[in-house]
Design a protein around this ligand. Structure first.
Ligand code: M6R
Length: 609
C-alpha cells in the first residue's frame, strides 16, 4: 500500500507537481516520501522517512530540475520506514529509478540471483529488485530498448505491483505496469500523469484512463501507449471524464478530512438516492436467484454488511452470511460453488483481503456482485455486476461518509429485492422508500444540532481507559462501527457486543464510572435494551445513550444522551445513528491531540493480505 505518481510534462518543472500530487495520495501511506526527476541525462533524487510536509521542510522537494519525474509516498511492508527503504529505488548505476506499490512475492529469489551476479542492494525492500532486474536484463541483452527491458523483467516478477520507472537511457518516457495494485493515467494539454488514484491529478485534469491488471504503459509528453504484458499487443483506451471536482478532494476549510467527510453525508446520501434503478434491479435479480449469499468485506464495510444481513432478512426474507473477507477462504473457500453468490462491499475496491475472497469465489464459479466507491477499481473489474456507492473520494483514513452511503445503497437493494419477492406489503415498501428520502435531512439535523453537545461529551470522556459499545438487532452493527471509529483514531481500547451478549461475560469488566455507549433507536428491541441499561447502571457504568428525540424513558436512565430525529424505521437506523458515533470518535481524537486523518499504523486502502 503506497501512493505513486509520475508525470511527463511538455514544459517543466515536474517536481512541484509530483510533490502536490503525492500530498493527495498521503492517505495511502505516509511513512516516507521520495521524488526522482531526470534532467540533462541525469537522475536527481530526494527522499527520506517522515510525512511529506516534514521531509519537504528539510529537503525542499520542489527543488529538482527536469520535466519528467516520479514520486512515492510509502506505507512500509518490506523494510522499516527508514530513508534507505524510501522509494524511488535505483539499480547499481543509478540510471534506472523505480517507484512501486504492492509486494513482489519472489523478491528473495530474485535478490539472491542478482546478488550472485554482482548487484549491490542497499535497502531491505522488495522493490529494489526491479531496477536491478532491468539493469541485468539490459546487460545481458544490450540491444533491448528500455521498454523491452522492463517488459522482459516484468515476466520474472511475481506478486502485486503498480510500477513507474525512469531511465536515463530514454529520458523522455516513464514506463508503468500494473498487476493487482491500482494505477490510473491522467492526461491534459501539458502532459501525461500516472498515479495510484485519481485525486492525485484531479487539480490538473479530469481526463483519466484506467489501467488494468497485466498492462504496461509508455508515457510520453504527447501521449500514452498501453500494451498487454502477456503478448505485447496494443490496447486502445480513450480517457473518460471524471466528474469529481478538485474541490471535492481538498479540505474546504475543515481542519481535517474526516470532519469534512462527516459533514458531507447529507449530500453523499442524496447522491446514493440517485442511483440508476436498473443497477439495483439487476443486482437484486442475482440475489433473488441465489441459493446462498455471502456478504464479504473488511472493517467498516464489514459492519455495513452486518447491517445489510438484517435488512435482507427483514425486508426480503433472504438469509445472508456476513463474513470477514480475511476469513472467507478458511471458512467458505472449499464449499463456495456455482450456486453461491458473493456480494462484496469495499470503499476502495482494492482491499487485498476482499479481492482475494472474491477471486477465490470467482474461481469456483460463484457469482460475484459488488458495491464500491471507486469505479474502475479492481473489484469492479472482477464483478459480474457492481454499483458505485457515490460518496466521492474519501481521504480520511476512517471511513465515514462511505459507510452511510454503503448502508443507503444496501437498504435500497434490500427494498428492491423485497418488491421482487413480495414478502412485505407495498404500503410498507412505499413508507420505507419515503423514509430513505428523508435521511439526508435527518443526518443534516444531527450534524447541525448535536455536534457541539458531542464535542462536550468528548471532553468529558476523553480520559476513559476503555469504552463499551452495545446495541441490539441491527444496532449491533452500529455499535461495532462506533467502537471501530473510536479505537482507530482515538486509540482508546473499546469493546462492542450485541447488548444481549454483554451479560455472558463482558459485564464482568464493569465498575464505577465505566463508560457504556448504548445505541437505542425506538424499535422492537427498545424494551430489552432498557433492561440491559439497568444491568449496566446497577454495576456503576456511565451510560451514554444515542436515542430517538424525546425518548424520555432512556433520558431518565442515561448519564448523557444524544438525540436523533424521530421516525426512522429500524432497518434504516444505522445510517443516522452512526453519525453521532463518528462525531464522538472524531472529537475524542482531536481532544487527545491526535490527527484523525492519519491514525498510526493504518492506511486508507489496505492492499496487502
Ligand atoms: O476499502 P474498504 O472498504 O475495502 O476498506 C475496508 C477497511 O480497511 C476499512 O473499512 C477500515 O476498517 C477503515 N479504517 C475503517 O474506518
Amino acid at each position: 500500500m503506497c501512493g505513486i505518481f509520475g508525470c511527463v510534462l511538455k514544459d517543466g518543472p515536474a517536481a512541484p507537481l509530483i510533490h502536490s500530487s503525492l500530498k493527495m495520495l498521503e492517505y495511502r501511506g505516509y511513512d516516507s516520501v521520495g521524488i526522482a526527476t531526470i534532467s540533462d541525462g541525469t537522475v536527481n533524487m530526494k527522499k527520506d522517512s517522515g510525512k511529506i510536509d516534514e521531509v519537504h521542510k528539510i529537503l525542499n522537494l520542489d527543488d529538482l530540475p527536469g520535466a519528467i519525474g516520479i514520486g512515492h509516498t510509502r506505507w512500509a511492508t518490506h523494510g522499516a520506514p527508514l530513508k534507505v527503504n524510501s522509494h524511488p529505488h535505483t539499480d547499481c548505476t543509478g540510471e534506472i529509478v523505480v517507484v512501486h506499490n504492492g509486494i513482489i512475492e519472489n523478491f528473495l529469489e530474485l535478490k539472491s540471483e542478482l546478488t550472485n551476479l554482482g548487484h549491490t542492494f542497499v535497502s531491505k525492500t522488495d522493490t529494489e529488485v526491479m531496477p536491478h532486474l532491468i539493469e541485468e536484463t539490459l546487460k545481458q541483452n544490450p540491444k533491448l530498448s528500455f521498454e523491452q527491458a522492463v517488459h522482459e523483467s516484468l515476466k520474472r516478477v511475481e506478486g502485486s505491483y503498480a510500477f513507474a520507472i525512469l531511465s536515463t537511457r530514454e529520458p523522455d518516457k516513464i514506463i508503468c505496469a500494473r498487476n493487482e495494485s491500482p494505477l490510473v493515467l491522467g492526461i491534459n494539454g501539458h502532459g501525461v500523469f500516472c498515479a495510484s488514484d485519481i485525486p492525485a491529478f484531479l487539480e490538473v485534469t479530469n481526463k483519466a484512463v484506467m489501467i488494468n491488471n497485466g498492462e504496461l504503459v509508455i508515457l510520453k509528453a504527447d501521449g500514452y501507449e498501453i500494451k498487454k504484458i502477456s503478448d505485447g499487443s496494443q490496447i486502445t483506451r480513450e480517457p473518460i471524464t471524471i466528474d469529481w471536482t478538485p474541490e471535492m478532494a481538498v479540505k474546504q476549510g475543515y481542519p481535517h478530512f474526516m470532519i469534512k467527510e462527516i459533514h458531507e453525508q447529507p449530500e453523499t446520501l442524496r447522491n446514493t438516492l440517485r442511483i440508476q434503478d436498473h443497477y439495483l434491479d439487476l443486482l437484486s435479480t442475482f440475489l433473488d436467484r441465489a441459493n446462498e449469499v455471502f456478504l464479504v468485506a473488511c472493517g467498516t464495510s464489514y459492519h455495513a454488511c452486518l447491517a445489510a444481513s438484517y435488512m435482507f432478512s427483514k425486508l426480503a426474507f433472504l438469509p445472508t452470511y456476513p463474513v470477514y473477507a480475511s476469513e472467507f477462504l478458511e471458512q467458505h473457500g472449499k464449499s463456495v460453488n456455482i450456486d453461491s453468490t458473493i456480494l462484496a462491499v469495499s470503499q476502495s475496491g482494492e482491499t487485498a483481503d476482499t479481492i482475494a475472497a472474491v477471486t477465490c469465489a470467482q474461481q469456483r464459479a460463484a457469482t460475484v456482485l459488488s458495491l464500491t466507491n471507486v469505479i474502475g477499481s479492481s473489484l469492479t473489474r472482477i464483478s459480474r455486476v457492481y454499483i458505485g456507492t457515490q460518496a466521492g473520494p474519501e481521504i480520511g483514513v476512517a471511513a465515514t461518509k462511505t459507510f452511510t452511503s454503503q448502508l443507503s445503497v444496501l437498504a435500497q437493494l434490500a427494498l428492491k429485492l423485497s418488491k421482487k419477492r413480495g414478502k412485505i406489503s407495498q404500503d410498507e415498501i412505499d413508507c420505507l422508500e419515503a423514509k430513505l428520502q428523508l435521511l439526508p435531512e435527518m443526518v443534516n439535523i444531527i450534524v447541525t444540532t448535536q455536534e457541539e453537545k458531542i464535542k462536550g461529551l468528548a471532553k468529558k470522556y476523553v480520559n476513559a481507559k476503555v469504552f463499551f459499545y452495545l446495541g441490539r438487532g441491527i444496532s449491533t452493527a452500529t455499535a461495532y462501527e462506533g467502537r471501530l471509529k473510536l479505537m482507530e483514531i482515538a486509540y482508546i481500547p473499546s469493546i462492542a457486543f450485541p447488548a444481549g451478549e454483554s451479560k455472558h461475560g463482558p459485564i464482568s469488566l464493569i465498575e464505577d464510572g465505566f463508560p457504556v455507549v448504548f445505541v437505542c433507536p425506538r424499535d422492537d428491541t427498545h424494551r430489552t435494551v432498557i433492561g440491559n441499561i439497568m444491568e449496566m447502571k446497577a454495576r456503576g457504568a456511565h451510560i451514554l445513550a444515542i436515542i430517538e428525540e424525546g425518548d424520555e424513558e432512556i433520558k431518565s436512565l442515561a448519564d448523557d444522551y444524544v438525540e436523533v430525529p424521530k421516525g426512522i424505521p429500524a432497518v434504516l437506523s444505522p445510517i443516522p445513528y452512526a453519525v453521532p458515533l463518528q462525531l464522538l470518535a472524531y472529537y475524542t481524537a482531536v481532544e487527545k491531540g491526535f490527527n484523525p486523518d492519519m491514525p498510526r499504523n493504518l492506511a486508507k486502502s489496505v492492499t496487502v493480505k
